[in-house]
Each structure stands twice: as structure tokens, then as C-alpha cells.
Design a protein around this ligand. Sequence first.
Ligand code: GCW
Length: 684
Amino acid sequence: TKQTGYHAWLEFHPIAPGERYDQYAVHSRIVCTEKDEVIRTAVQELSQGIGKLLGKEIRVAESDAGGAVIALGTFGGGNALVDRTFGEETRSAIKPEGFAIKIDQASGSIVVGASSTSGVLYGAFHLLRLFSTKQAVNELDVIENPVNMLRMINQWDNIDGSIERGYAGKSIFFENNRITTDLTRVRDYARLLASSGLNAISINNVNVHKWESKFITGEYLPDVAKVAAVFRSFSIKLFLSVNYASPLEIGGLSTADPLDPAVREWWRAKAAEVYAAIPDFGGFLVKADSENRPGPFTYDRDHADGSNMLAEALKPYGGIVIWRCFVYNCKQDWRDRATDRARAAYDHFKPLDGRFMDNVILQVKNGPMDFQVREPVSPLIGAMETTNQMIEFQITQEYTGQQRHLCYLVPQWKEVLDFETYAKGEGSSIKRIVDGSLHGNKLSGFAAVSNIGDDVNWTGHLLAQANLYGYGRLAWNPDLSAEEIAEEWIRMTFGGDEKLVSVVMSMLMDSWSIYEAYTSPLGVGWMVNPDHHYGPNVDGYEYSKWGTYHFADCHGIGVDRTKATGTGYAAQYKGANYDTYESVESCPDELLLFFHHVPYTHVLHSGQTVIQHIYNTHFEGVERAEQLVARWASLEGSVGELVHKHVGERLAEQAGHAKEWRDMINTYFFRKSGIADALGRKIY
Ligand code: GCW
């Protein structure tokens, strides 16, 4: 069964003679003098990968006997070829995790050099990517540095093996209320993460329940340390989500007040204990005062008090606190039109700018609500000039089809990253904030909720692997295009059949817009079944205790978030963004209902009325989902039979489910508005 997608983009399809085989085959010897653990991983990955590509054994040697080899090592680490190839200029251009790859003209060798062992590993994976996408290597001269310092994955895995918002089986980390003893799969996951460029992971759910609260105790720490060791060999740092109320729940104290000396002391001792078990432990990830989780508010303290207390405890060891900003009132009454969940993160955190210790990072979701198919960019990102921030994306498709529907999310993330915030005038894009350059932050980066589980192909829907891969690549370099990333992923995963590349590419690139078309319209979001969040339910959250409202009635729909007449959320944006969103004239169609309440007859920039837009996109969305089925069917014979069948089944299910979405949404709005479809199509 390991045949269907287990190796993901590290499949290394054999290269046929004539297809650059000869160019690569001269490099079937690896020379490496260093013995460090991460370098050993690099050598092992290279020899295995190239061995599979070329169908021959790759020899590894410590010294260079001449001829064209692949040499790798750190600068000054003892590898003569590395030292000879890279001069001062190159060396000083390489940042801590970066690398250079160059051809040594005299011997024809490929030389990978870096200033750190992790750079060597990334260089090795880069070279494997070049080989497996069949790039020319005879004139290689590459310098690569990761743009973002923290490139992190968040698992939402629970000790009982379940995964919150997981759509690809059970946890690979936990089973039967223990940490998994056979870590083979964890190791294979570490490979996937490192090969896409990631360097940090938190292994347990941010909702930290009873047993998981004890991960930082002697009961679990030895096993956590084993997991950390696996990731260490791939240069990935391990973090844990912790329960804010730990002093109470596992420490026997009577309070978790962050200003209480006994509580502070408890955390200091706890940090010492954790670092004794895992000397390079990354730090704590915290969800506090959010969705019924405990936090500093209980003690009338704020989030700076809470996070600084933990930061102080971790500081002596170089640890960091990643503090989530997903703080909002989850029980908003429908009569209360002033409370606005979208405003909450900014309202809570912006006033605290300047109060956080320098080893705290605030982790902010990409949008102000919750990973909807479309929402505006969070106005909090960039709004705190003297506070470290990182962005949080969601790879797992909670609201975007749960890996039963195809939704390639890289284009959505690109839009977010390229968004101009005007935080410091023009040139203040999100990607420049989260890479730390705009405000000169000490810590910064990307986090995202993983989409993997123990399904053989990791992600449930095989094509959803592209989101995991794409996330890593974007975290490394947010300037890569969605198409470039997709092309790499397709070629590495499926091989280089040109028809296949172009068909799968077009499917991926169209998929977000297709999903958006048949689900909730014009940025209003939600309209899913409460709780599990799969499938249409227009009024689901309208009548739920966890109210999140769209306010549709017989006259109109949408949430007035203007400053003039609404919740004032639009005023959290700077400069031109505020003007654009505040005015119903200039607000972009795709976000209209996020910012404005309008009649169904309101005419969009597209020239259509809101109601006709809803009908059109829902009818078209279904047709386009059906075309996905047909496009994939045309690839029979170009991908393995099992893969062809598996993806075909998912796409067929998607097309069927898209009809359900179409019909529920269309009939709802037809009945609410009383306005018929101008094209007379069947509405139930
Ligand atoms: O998206 C919501 C999810 C919750 C999740 C929460 C969060 C981990 O529905 O399942 O909890 O966000 O991000 O904390």
C-alpha cells in the first residue's frame, strides 16, 4: 500500500536514459568529510534520492579521489572542494540556514556549501529537487537563503490519536493515550517537512486537554524527547502547546495568575525541567482566553502579562513563546450589532504593542475570522511596530472542502502575502512584515496547521499534498509563484509527463476559485454546518450559540463593518485600504458582503446584481467541478491506476457535493429575495 503517494514529492521517479541521465550519472559519488547528524541526514537523502533517480548505487566517500563528484559540507568544515569553490563573497552572502551550489569547473563536480549544517541539508534537498525536475546542472550557480526565520508546522493532534480538524486519518504522533513508540512514520514526515524547507513543529493541539497538559512533566518528557531527536536530525525544532492553567491543573497551585510569584517560579522550574530533557527545545505555543480555554483574563491580567511570564521562564535557554491572537467572544448575541468578531484580535492586541518581551511572537491568523475560503487580510498584521509577529495559515482544509474537495491554497496565501498594508507607507506588504524586515523584528515567520494524518498518502486527497509542499516552499520564499510551486510538486510527485503536468497544473490553479464559486458568496463566509464545518447550511451559524452572522433577510445580506454605519472594523485598515473597504462603491466584489450589507439588487463591479451573481457562480461552480472530473479522467494511463482511481473518486464526490451546495444556496436566496434567476434555470 505504500505505493499510493506515501513518498509524496520524494518519490524520485527513475530518469530514463537520454533525459539528462548522462549528465547526472557522472555525479554518482558523494564526498563528505563531516560527521554531524544533520549532515549525515543530508548525505543519506542525497545518496538514496539520486540512487533512485538513476537506478544505481551511489558511493559515499570521505575524501575526493578526483573526477566529478557531489561534494558537500560547511564552509571551513574540512571538505577541500567546498573550501576551494566558495570565496569570501559567496560565504558572506549565505545566511545561517542558506546554502550555495556551484559547479567546480576543474573537476566538473557539484559542490554544496553552507555556513551551517542545516544549510547543507537544505542544499542537498535543493539539488534533489533540481535532479527530480530534470533541470540542467552543468552551469549551476545557486545562492539560496530562507526569507523567513521561523517556518513552522502546527499539529492539532490529541493524545487519543484524534486530530482536531484532521481529514487524513489518525495522528502519527499519538495512539492509545501514549506517544507513538514506532517513530518511523514521524521520521518520514520530518523528511517531507525538511525537504520543503520547514524548520519547526509543535506536535500537539493548541487546545491542550487533560493528558496533553502533562507533556511537560516527567510522565511524558522522555517520550517527547525521542520525538524531538527525530526532528533534530532533520534540523527541525520541536515545540509544545501548553495549557495556560498548568500551574493549577498539573502543578497543584491554587492560581495561574501571571503576576503571582509562585506561579512564575513554577514556570521557571518547569522550563528548567523541559530543557534538561530537550536542550534545544523550541518553546511554547499558547492558545489562551480563546474559545473557552483558560488565560490571563481570569485574573484580570492581559496577554502581555501572560506571555511575558512564560517568556521569562524560557529566556535563559533561548526558548520562545508563540502566543496566538485568535481571541474573540465566541458567544455573540445576534441582537448585539456592535460586537464584531472580525475586530477582536486587533482590539485585544494592538493596545499592547511595546509590552511584549523580545522572545514572544504573536501568531496571527491570515484573516480576521477563521480560514474562510475568502476573507480580508488581518489588519493586526503589521499594526504592532514593536512586537514580533508571525502569520498563521491553515493547510488542513477545515472550511475549504476538508480534503474531499480539491482546493489548492497557495494562490490564496499568495494574495495574503502580497497584500499592501501601508503599515509604513507603500511597500509594506504582509510578506515583508512577517519576514521581520519591515519593522526590524528579532523573531518572525510563518506557522500553519498541518493537513496530515496516518492515511497512506498523508493528506487524504492525494492532490492536497500540494498544499503541504507549497506551504513549505512559500515559507522559504514567498516570492515563488503558485504555478512554479505547483509545477515542482507535480513533476516531483508524478514525474514529468508533459500532458499530465499541464492538466494537473490547470486543475490546481482553478480549484480555489471553483470552490469559492459554489460555496458562500462575495466574502460573507461561513454558511457551513456548525461544529464539523462540512457542507452547506446557510443559517447554521445564524442560529447557533457560536453565532457568526451574515444577517440575510428578505431585503439584503452582508455585515456592515464600515466606520460610518457599522461595526467600525474597516477603520482598522490603514490609508487607502480603509477608504477602499469603507465605501460600497470601491469595495472589491469578492469582499463586498464582508464589509457591507446590501440589497439583493445591488449592482456589482462585474455588472451583475448580487442575487444574479449568487445564481451564476453556483451554477457555474458545479459545471467547473464537473470539468475537473473530466480533466482528471483524461489522464488515465499517465498516472498509476490506484492514484487515478483514488483522485477520480474524490473529484466525483466533490462534483456531487457541489450540487448540494448550489441547490441549498440558490433555493435559500431565491426564497428570501423572491427574485427569479434571469436565465430561468432550475432552482429548488
Ligand atoms: O478554526 C477554529 C477551529 C477550532 C480551532 C480554532 C483555533 C484548534 O474550528 O477547531 O481549535 O479555530 O484556531 O484555535
